[in-house]
Design a protein around this ligand. Sequence first.
Ligand SMILES: [Zn+2]
Length: 204
Amino acid sequence: MCRPLTISLAMASMLSTVVTNTTIAKPASAARSFKAASNAASLRPSVFKLTHNPTLRFEARRGVAMASAGGAETQVQKSEEEWRAILSPEQFRILRQKGTEYPGTGEYNKNKAEGVYNCAGCGTPLYKSTTKFDSGCGWPAFFEGLPGAINETTDADGRRVEITCAACGGHLGHVFRGEGFPTPTDARHCVNSVSLKFTPANKS
Ligand SMILES: [Zn+2]
């Protein structure tokens, strides 16, 4: 009983709950919770050490900070009015209001030229033409974005994963995985042409 206990942080969290529950247990349930109480009593020092470990607390704080940094905050911050001023009505509808262009109509759906696809909102490079493939879905498809250029967020209904420009938050489309396309990633970034601005490669 007095041996030092080796327990994980996750267990410590669970055990903290046990300690709390045991502490507030009413006398009537004392017999029933006796075992839990004695366990909690012997574990309490370890829990104390874990929860008061400065390194672990630092890691926890850092985790929270990273989570908030990965949220809606973006480098390019503009008001709705500012976006309306620099985007066409169709670009605003899709990039800022998460609209979708009609399938098969997009400027880049069949584009096979070499170059880079940039965000139509802020100009950040998003996709290389070498990652574009013909998915037959009616929208430009890419099997991967440039590193760090694209954020993924699961839709509220949990059915699809939205992709946005990491720099300005502009809506690009959705990413689908595991569909069986013969690409290196088996991912399909289904992107509105309106969200993109293509820059042809310099052939010189
Ligand atoms: Zn952007």
